[in-house]
Write a protein that binds this ligand. Structure first.
Ligand code: UFG
Length: 326
């Protein structure tokens, strides 16, 4: 099959690209390279440009026979989304509207896309299921939820089928060491912890140790990026088999506290990582753990690397090889 990946030079998109190429699928990448990396593009079919550029996207669709789209191109920093909501509505919502319209005009009617646990907001139940209430507490999560709703109406009007994958905490790196996480602005826990043994930071700040959890630090559900990639592949195949539009959570169902992640990183790297306890970060729920039962049952997905040590080990391998990104 022939798959267009928007944002294919980014962290998760590039790993999905690698898996599809390994399966001998045809992969076309679109990326503006604003946050993505040319070095992460492994496919020889690469177009640099913005999904909001309709003429550009029309050209991509006209020059390739595309069976389905996997859509990653979006802004994804929670903090930034609260400072600059316009950027998030413009890039995420308007960008998706442009993409869907070009898909419609070019007769492509299947799309898998990255949604987020941030669509739920402060959860009422743990583990969180897809039927739980969505009540985003930040602009980023709100735009992702609105993207899901937009797809629902494009499906009703034009029969464009979609699968939204609500990721919990994407982490880790390519098990073969080629790709990894290299954000210009790093805000995620695991890469920040690894900056300490890399000598790029003196200590890791822990945001809050007075939560109602086993050790007072926040609990999150970390999912290996290769497990995310396998879910995208299953989701595309499901749509191409004629399955209906739907939403799936993607997590391990295992929660680790910030302190447990730091301890695991100490074990993996062999460094005594210095920790500084600080106040809570605004908007952090105490505990976010996914129920991924729906995608397991319906698509047969199961995480291959649920253990936090393996997730950190693969991230560590990449960061040691690429201490300054790609
Ligand atoms: N944390 C620290 N110190 C740091 C960085 C993070 O203690 O220097 C803590 C956070 O407070 C949080 C946990 O580590 O408790 C994980 O934080 P991340 O920033 O790595 O991830 P989040 O859980 O905040 O965010 C992730 C995704 C978002 C998504 C969100 C959904 O990165 O894109 O889950 O809830 F919106």
């Amino acid at each position: 099959m022939s798959i267009l990946i928007t944002g294919g030079a980014g962290y998760i998109g590039s790993h999905v690209q690698k898996l599809l190429l390994k399966q001998s699928e045809d992969v076309i990448i679109v990326d503006s390279l604003i946050t993505g990396h040319k070095e992460a593009v492994l496919s020889d079919k690469f177009y640099q440009g913005d999904i909001r550029d309709r003429a550009f996207m029309n050209k991509v669709f006209k020059e390739n026979k595309i069976d389905a789209v996997i859509h990653f191109a979006a802004s994804s920093l929670v903090g930034e989304s609260m400072q600059d909501p316009f950027k998030y509505y413009d890039n995420n919502l308007y960008g998706t509207a442009c993409l869907l319209e070009e898909m419609r005009l070019n007769g492509v009617n299947k799309i898998v896309f990255s949604s987020t646990a941030a669509t739920y907001g402060e959860p009422k139940n743990i583990p969180i299921t897809e039927d739980d209430e969505t009540n985003p507490t930040n602009t980023y999560g709100q735009t992702k939820l609105s993207m899901e709703k937009m797809m629902k109406w494009f499906d009703k009007a034009y029969g464009i089928k979609y699968i939204a994958l609500r990721y919990f905490n994407a982490a880790g790196a390519d098990t073969e060491g080629v790709l990894g996480e290299a954000h210009m602005t790093e805000t995620h826990l695991i890469p920040l912890i690894l900056q300490v043994p890399l000598g790029k930071r003196e200590y890791i700040s822990v945001f809050g140790n007075d939560y109602d959890t086993i050790d007072g630090t926040c609990i999150r559900d970390y999912i290996h990026v290769e497990d995310l990639a396998s879910a995208h592949y299953l989701a595309v195949k499901s749509l191409l088999n004629g399955d209906e539009s739907t939403v799936y959570n993607l997590g391990n169902g295992l929660g680790y506290s910030v302190s447990q992640v730091i301890d695991a990183a100490k074990k993996v790297t062999g460094y005594d990582i210095k920790v500084k306890f600080e106040g809570r970060r605004a908007g952090d729920p105490a505990k976010l753990v996914a129920s991924s039962e729906k995608i397991s049952k319906q698509l047969g997905w199961a995480p291959k690397y649920p253990q936090i040590e393996k997730i950190i080990q693969d991230a560590w391998n990449f960061h040691q090889k690429h201490p300054n990104g790609f």
